[in-house]
Design a protein around this ligand. Structure first.
Ligand code: UT7
Length: 329
């Protein structure tokens, strides 16, 4: 029996930062940001860590499913902004939620975190190794943004999406297929220089601002357009899905132009593409579960809907998942 999402919710910090807020501080403007990326606003958390973004969404998931924390047997946190190197953010989420009988771990795949995470969680559940997995996609990007660099500061935001993964009660519904890829040749184009074992934190690394995101926009853009579009098309072909069979494409929200190129390659209209980048920017591992949760809350997902999740991120990492929606609204 396939595994599936049985409950979901999201959390966004309340404070909104507009393009105009950036324009007052940096040499940028709303026209450049919106026309190049599709972003108007993003949210930044004032304090706390990534676990504090996850916990309210996770509590809502438990409430919606009508279960207590003791029923969770595994927690996976997909993030590149863990509260600490160790212990894992999964451990902090476990403690803060009062989960008693679980194991868990963090999963690092940048913007593909949630896609890699749902594949991992579904396969654990399908195999019988776990029954109820709390799958969390979240990043507090404001903790690694260089707010003096206009080329990156305007792109990202903070947020969390959480799903409960369980066995499906119908073998035609749930996660039916996936394709995922990893190519370390992408490292120079999107990475953080210091703070890891290769270049530990020092006075010099702080002075040189080496604890922030480094992104060369153009090469990442080109690789993302090809990677996300191709893998999404590949998942359609493997499953004999025509454009008209797909109810929703839920792409990672990094840039509206990358999203449009993916939809174009799949031959599907933008009316079937979930886009909320305008409101939240790129929340890295948070984008896809936040999109799913917003669609669900707006009652736009129907049982039996064919859904394609699609992502591209640092590594490079990329992938696509074919879900047949299992929940009634
Ligand atoms: O989610 C993880 C994966 N990441 C991505 O998928 C991001 C992929 N890359 C992109 O989305 C785009 O490359 C960006 C949105 C980051 C940049 O857009 P672009 O069309 O590739 O612009 P560019 O980097 O080629 O820069 C064009 C110009 C440059 O000025 P010059 O050299 O032409 O004079 C930049 O300095 O725009 C300038 N620029 C800005 N101007 C105003 C860069 N950032 C800004 C800014 N405001 N915020």
């Amino acid at each position: 029996m396939p595994a599936t999402i049985t409950a979901l919710a999201h959390y966004l910090p309340p404070d909104v930062y507009t393009n105009e807020w950036f324009a007052k501080r940096l040499d940028t403007n709303d026209e450049w940001i919106f026309s190049r990326t599709g972003i108007k606003e993003r949210r930044f958390a004032k304090d706390g860590g990534t676990s504090d973004l996850i916990v309210p969404a996770a509590q809502e998931v438990l409430k919606r499913r009508g279960i207590g924390p003791e029923e969770i047997d595994c927690i996976i946190v997909c993030t590149v902004t863990p509260d600490h190197f160790f212990p894992s953010t999964a451990a902090l989420v476990q403690r803060k939620l009062g989960v008693k009988n679980a194991w868990g771990f963090d999963l690092s795949a940048a913007c593909s975190g949630f896609v890699f995470g749902i594949i991992t969680a579904c396969k654990l559940v399908e195999s019988g190794a776990a029954q109820k997995i709390l799958l969390c996609g979240s990043d507090k990007m404001s903790s690694i943004i260089n707010f003096d660099d206009r080329a990156q500061a305007v792109l990202f935001g903070d947020g969390a999406g959480v799903c409960l993964i369980e066995k499906s009660n119908d073998d035609s519904l749930g996660m039916l297929d996936f394709r995922a890829y990893l190519d370390g040749a992408g490292e120079p184009h999107l990475h953080m220089v210091a703070g890891g074992s290769f270049k530990p934190a020092s006075e010099e690394t702080v002075k040189n601002k080496e604890h922030y995101i480094v992104q060369e926009g153009q090469p990442v853009f080109k690789a993302a357009v090809i990677g996300m579009a191709d893998v999404s098309y590949e998942i359609m072909e493997r499953n004999n899905l025509k454009a008209e069979d797909i109810a929703w494409l839920i792409p990672h929200q990094a840039n509206l132009r990358i999203i449009s190129a993916t939809a174009n390659r799949m031959g599907i209209g933008m009316d079937k593409v979930m886009v909320n980048i305008e409101k939240y920017g790129n929340t890295t591992a948070g984008t896809i579960p936040i999109c799913l949760s917003e669609l669900y809350e707006n009652k736009q997902l129907k049982k039996g809907d064919n859904i394609v999740l699609s992502s591209f991120g640092a590594g490079f990492t990329w992938g696509a998942v074919y879900l047949k929606w299992n929940m009634n609204d």
